[in-house]
Design a binder for this molecule. Structure first.
Ligand code: UD1
Length: 419
C-alpha cells in the first residue's frame, strides 16, 4: 500500500504544466474503435484510467505504440472481439464508451458493468435510451451489458438529464449510423467538444458540440491517418488554482484554456483571490484568509462537481460560514469527514454541506474516498499545520499524472511511501 506524507503549511509558488484532460482521453481512446485505420493521439495524460483503457483495446485487437510518455499511435484495423475484458471494464466508469463505439463499428459488444468512484447511484438509463432509439437492443444482466444492432439508424434523442457520458456515448454510436441524429438537451462540457473535434478530424460530421443541440450526420467511414491533441484538463487546472488559494500561494498554471475556467475564476475573485488571465495560462495568488461563499455545482458552464471538494478545502478556512449544494453526485461529501479530522468544522447532510470557517487545519491521517476527494486532501495537507498522511492513492492515480511531483515543484514537502 502506498501513502503520501505531506508536511505543511507551504504557500505553493511557481509554475505548473497541465496535462491533457482525463475525461476527454477516456472517451477518445474508445472512439478510435470507430476508425478502421491508424491514428496518433498526443497530450494524452499518462494516468491509470488511460493505461487500463489501452490494455482493454489491446485485448480487443488494437495495436498500441507509446511514442513518448504522452503520445500513442493506435492501429484499430484488426479489432477481432465483440466482448471487452469484463474484469477490466468493471474497474472504471468510462468503459461505457466502448458500447457506443463498438455499436458503431460492428453492431455488437459486451462489457462489464462500469465501475468507478463511488459517488452515489450512477445510472446509465440515458445511454441505453439513446442506443435503443438508434435501433440497438440492450440487455443488462449479471454484471454485464450487452448491446446489439443489425443496423443503427438516426433518430432525434431528447436527454431527460444533462449527462456528459450519455451525450458522448450516443454521439459515438451515431457517427456511422445512417442519416442525421439530433441530441437535444446535450451536455456542453469542453471534453464533449474535444471528442467531437477528434471524430471530425477523422472524417465524422458532427455539428453543434458545446451547445445543447448536437447534430450528427452519419458518414460511411472514418479514415484515421491523422494526429490529434487532447484538450488541456480543466479540472486539473482548477485543482491547482484552488491549491494556490488554499495554501495562500502564487501559482502560474500553464497549458490551459482559461475560457473553460470561468466559473472557477469568478468564485476565486469573489472570495478575494487575484487572477491574471493570459488565455493559455492563468496566475492565481492570495495571501490572506478567503471570504465565505456559497456554491452550487452544475453542468458546464456552471461550477463543476469535480472541483467541489477542492473548493471545500478553501472554504474550510474561510472567514465565516459557507454552504455548498451538490446537485450532481449525492455521495460527493464523503471527504468532509476526512477534513473534519484535520480540524475543519463541516456539517454535511444529503446534497448540501455547511462550512463553518476555522482559523487553520492541522495534519492528520486521511483517506481518499474518490479521485477528486484525494486531490482535495493533498491540498488540505499542503495548507495544514503539521504532517498529513493521505491513503487510498489508487483513486488519485486514476486521474492525475505525477501529482506529487507537480506539488513538489511548487514547493510542497510531499513524499510517496510504500508501506
Ligand atoms: C462525467 C465525468 C465525471 C463528472 C460528471 C459530471 C467522465 C468520465 N466523468 O461523469 O468526472 O463528475 O461527468 O460532470 O467524463 N445520470 C442519470 N442517467 C444517466 C446518466 C447520468 O441519471 O444515464 C445522472 C447521474 O446520476 C448524475 C448526472 O446525471 O447525477 C450527471 O451524470 P453524467 O454527466 O452522466 O456523469 P458521467 O458522464 O458519469
Amino acid at each position: 500500500m502506498e501513502k503520501l506524507i505531506i508536511t505543511g503549511p507551504t504557500p505553493l509558488k511557481g509554475e505548473v504544466e497541465i496535462n491533457g484532460a482525463k475525461n476527454a482521453a477516456v472517451a477518445i481512446l474508445p472512439a478510435t474503435l470507430l476508425i478502421d485505420g491508424v491514428c496518433t493521439i498526443n497530450n494524452l495524460p499518462n494516468i491509470s484510467d488511460v493505461q487500463i483503457l489501452c490494455k482493454i483495446l489491446e485485448e480487443m485487437g488494437a495495436k498500441i505504440t507509446w511514442n513518448n510518455n504522452n503520445e500513442i499511435t493506435i492501429d484499430t484495423r484488426n479489432i477481432n472481439k465483440t466482448q471487452a475484458p469484463l474484469d477490466l471494464t468493471s474497474k472504471f466508469r468510462a468503459s461505457y464508451y466502448l458500447i457506443g463505439a463498438m455499436l458503431g463499428r460492428t453492431g455488437e459488444i459486451q462489457v462489464g458493468m462500469p465501475g468507478g468512484c463511488k459517488l452515489g447511484a450512477r445510472p446509465i438509463d440515458q445511454h441505453i435510451k439513446g442506443f435503443e432509439l438508434l435501433g440497438a437492443d440492450v440487455i443488462v444482466e449479471k454484471g454485464t451489458i450487452t448491446a446489439k444492432a443489425k443496423c443503427l439508424h438516426s433518430n432525434s434523442i431528447y436527454m431527460d438529464i444533462v449527462s456528459v457520458g450519455a451525450t458522448i456515448n450516443v454521439m459515438l454510436a451515431a457517427v456511422l449510423a445512417k442519416g442525421t441524429t439530433i441530441i437535444d438537451n446535450a451536455a456542453k462540457e469542453p471534453h464533449i467538444v474535444d471528442v467531437a473535434n477528434f471524430l471530425n478530424t477523422m472524417g465524422a460530421d458532427i455539428r453543434g458540440a458545446g451547445t445543447d443541440v448536437i447534430k450528427i450526420n452519419g458518414v460511411e467511414k472514418l479514415h484515421g491517418d491523422a494526429t490529434y491533441s487532447v484538450v488541456p484538463d480543466q479540472i486539473e487546472a482548477g485543482t491547482f488554482m484552488l491549491a494556490a488559494m488554499a495554501s495562500k500561494g502564487d501559482v502560474l498554471i500553464k497549458n490551459c484554456i482559461t475560457k473553460h475556467l470561468e466559473s472557477i475564476t469568478a468564485k476565486i475573485v469573489e472570495i478575494g483571490g487575484n487572477v491574471e488571465d493570459n488565455g493559455d495560462s492563468i496566475r492565481v495568488w492570495y495571501n490572506k484568509r478567503p471570504n465565505k461563499s456559497n456554491i452550487k455545482t452544475l453542468p458546464y458552464p456552471g461550477f463543476p462537481t469535480d472541483l467541489q471538494p477542492q473548493m471545500g478545502v478553501v472554504l474550510a478556512t474561510a472567514n465565516g460560514t459557507s454552504i455548498i449544494n451538490e446537485s450532481i453526485w449525492e455521495s460527493r461529501f464523503q471527504y468532509t469527514a476526512e477534513l473534519n479530522k484535520m480540524g475543519a468544522n463541516i456539517t454535511a447532510q444529503g446534497k448540501s454541506a455547511i462550512f463553518e470557517g476555522v482559523d487553520e487545519l492541522f495534519g492528520a491521517p486521511v483517506y481518499s474516498t474518490d479521485l477528486r476527494a484525494g486531490a482535495a486532501l493533498i491540498i488540505a495537507g499542503v495548507s495544514a499545520n503539521g504532517i498529513t498522511e493521505v491513503y487510498n492513492l489508487q483513486y488519485i492515480d486514476r486521474g492525475y499524472e505525477n501529482i506529487e511531483e507537480k506539488f513538489r515543484k511548487l514547493g510542497a514537502n510531499i513524499q510517496r511511501i510504500k508501506e
